[in-house]
Design a protein around this ligand. Structure first.
Ligand code: SF4
Length: 579
């Protein structure tokens, strides 16, 4: 693809956008910001939208975007070796001072490497020099376990963008050159410079520790906002019809979830729960109304916002139809369900995770089947027709009885649906989505091996049989193979980086990439890590102590709940984690 064609495409894209920023470069610090996926996917990501707004809020910074080109364009770019351009000024990405990636998903790791290649940069940090832009990788996955990406990054920004950016700006202003900048950043909270740290390995291949260069902290403490009371919520700032949620104004209402489910990295890593100011949420929504009539509320525990009913009521009065990203079962109250129904919602998604109360105590999902059925009654009685359910397979202590319980709970939910559907003369659907558990870093299950693949396959077969041929009920059960490589990227250390590099070269043939590099993937995925001295992700201190996770794991096996610190006072006790 020739540069002029890329330019035309960029101008066409900009012509459909509202809200982008165009600044002369002059002597400003030039940042090329990227969500490592296509424009279609990336423009619906609030992390990207927020970083763009925050960077451009500084007068001495100009931030422009670039994305993974669609397949045909990508092939043309590779064939013609034309440089990849940013959208706003159509400048080669490789000419910028900083390339910043916001990474949300493990599957996008390969895209980071593709984009570095298209920008004309060596992929490994060790092969780059002061002549190249500084490559900074941030985003949700990097403050959970950045290690598989560490060899590709000059800097990893671990934590929340709002807390990281002032420190980055300060260090940049003070630095005399690139090396000085890296040195200064390494002193700031949340900035991990992988080249300053040497992992140490024991004879059995496990990590035994990290040795840091003189003066750098080990571990690096994650940066997070202590409070969101005076902070503008992340929200759509650039509107375009050419994105997944293009018709919606997206806004984050509350950050975090206090439920402490033992498998949930998002729950543990965004503590404590912090609500964004109600007035700012409503002001931004009012201003966005000219661009959108649908609002997407992006929060993992929406109803933890103390003002949620007022927010929903006002949004509804503004004429918005409301789409919550997810709703926690215990927060589905009558007024909330009614407001959602009135705003046009026809499907509600809930996550029972499993069908048995016993197994829910194991994973600390603090609701019971009776409560779930009560909520379903409320949902269907309100006129909402469809229910989407998230379940998991391969949970600790799971037996065949627990699989049968998934079927039984679904049948009881179907009964509730049918009861209300008869009166309306229209039957909705129940859709069950089932994923195998991938033990995640920074959770109570971080030491667990993934369940044996043969056992998972048997369970998948069994559940398919149990849930087949139920009218108006559809199950989508993910295969174990998909989770296997995701687990490798999630649980790996730096030695997994060559697999990502090989997968990027070979068109994501992960099996071949593992074989080519000789990396023992099973070592990372199926090993009990409880005796390891150090875990790869221990290089980032997320705030929660190892002893807390160990205690949670022990309680899990005893089938004991840790009740969520819902009250403000209890929740405040979580604050010291960020101090
Ligand atoms: S309810 Fe549990 S699974 Fe859902 S976001 Fe909160 S901690 Fe995570």
């Amino acid at each position: 693809m020739k540069s002029w064609a890329q330019r035309e495409r960029a101008l066409e894209t900009l012509s459909k956008e509202v809200g982008y920023v165009r600044k002369p470069h002059g002597s400003r610090l030039r940042i090329a910001l990227c969500f490592p996926n296509t424009y279609w996917v990336g423009m619906s990501n609030l992390g990207l939208q927020t970083m763009y707004r925050l960077f451009n809020a500084y007068d001495d910074i100009v931030c422009e975007r670039f994305f993974l080109p669609p397949k045909t364009e990508l092939a043309e770019l590779v064939a013609t070796r034309a440089p990849l351009l940013t959208l706003e000024s159509q400048t080669p990405v490789g000419d910028f001072d900083v390339i910043a990636f916001s990474v949300s998903f493990e599957w996008d790791y390969v895209n980071v490497l593709t984009l570095l290649r298209l920008a004309g940069l060596p992929r490994y940090a060790a092969e780059r020099s002061h002549r190249h832009p500084l490559v900074m990788i941030g985003g949700a996955v990097t403050f959970v376990n950045p290690e598989p990406l560490a060899p590709f990054a000059d800097v990893i920004a671990a934590g929340e963008g709002e807390a990281l950016l002032p420190a980055f700006h300060r260090a940049y202003a003070a630095a005399s050159d690139r090396n000085d900048l890296l040195r200064l950043l390494a002193q700031e909270r949340g900035f991990y410079v992988p080249s300053f740290y040497e992992p140490q390995y024991a004879d059995n291949g496990t990590l035994s520790g990290y040795v840091g260069a003189p003066g750098v902290p080990v571990p690096v403490r994650k940066a997070a906002l202590r409070t969101t009371e005076a902070v503008d919520p992340p929200a759509t700032g650039i509107f375009t019809p050419d994105t997944e949620f293009g018709s919606r104004f997206l806004i984050e209402v509350v950050r975090g979830c206090a439920n402490l489910c033992r498998f949930c990295w998002a729950g543990y890593n965004y503590l404590p729960v912090r609500a964004f100011p109600t007035d700012r949420i409503l002001d931004l929504a009012a201003a966005a109304k000219v661009h959108s009539s649908r609002v997407g509320l992006v929060s993992i525990a929406l109803c933890d916002h103390p003002d949620i009913e007022r927010i929903l009521t006002r949004l509804s009065e503004m004429g918005y139809s409301i789409s919550p990203a997810s709703l926690r079962l215990d927060d589905l109250t009558e007024p909330i369900v009614r407001l959602l129904r009135e705003s046009g919602e026809r499907t509600i998604t809930i996550a029972p995770e499993t069908g048995s109360d016993r197994l829910r105590r194991v994973i600390n999902k603090t609701v019971t089947n009776d409560e779930i059925l009560d909520r379903a009654e409320l949902i269907f009685a309100s006129g909402i027709e469809n229910l989407k359910l998230y379940y998991m397979l391969g949970l600790p202590t799971e037996t065949d009885d627990d699989l049968v319980a998934i079927r039984d709970l679904t049948l009881l939910l179907r009964e509730r649906m049918m009861k209300h559907a008869r009166g309306r003369g229209q039957i909705g659907r129940i859709i069950g989505s089932v994923n195998p558990l991938v033990p995640k870093p920074g959770t109570a299950y971080q030491w667990l091996p993934m369940e044996n693949p043969q056992v998972v396959e048997q369970k998948i077969k069994r559940l398919r049989t149990l849930t087949a041929d139920i009218d108006n009920v559809y199950f989508n059960i993910k295969s174990e193979r998909h989770s296997y490589y995701q687990a490798l990227l999630s649980l790996g250390d730096r030695r997994v980086a060559p697999v990502i590099e090989a997968a990027e070269r070979n068109g994501q043939q992960w099996r071949a990439a593992v074989a080519e590099t000789g990396v023992d993937a099973d070592f990372y995925i199926f090993r009990d890590r409880s005796q390891d001295a150090v875990l790869p992700w221990d290089i980032i201190d997320g705030g929660l102590k190892t002893s807390f996770f160990q205690n949670e794991f022990a309680k899990s096996l005893r089938e004991e709940w840790t009740l969520p610190p819902k009250r403000q006072q209890e929740n405040a006790k979580l604050l010291p984690m960020l101090s």
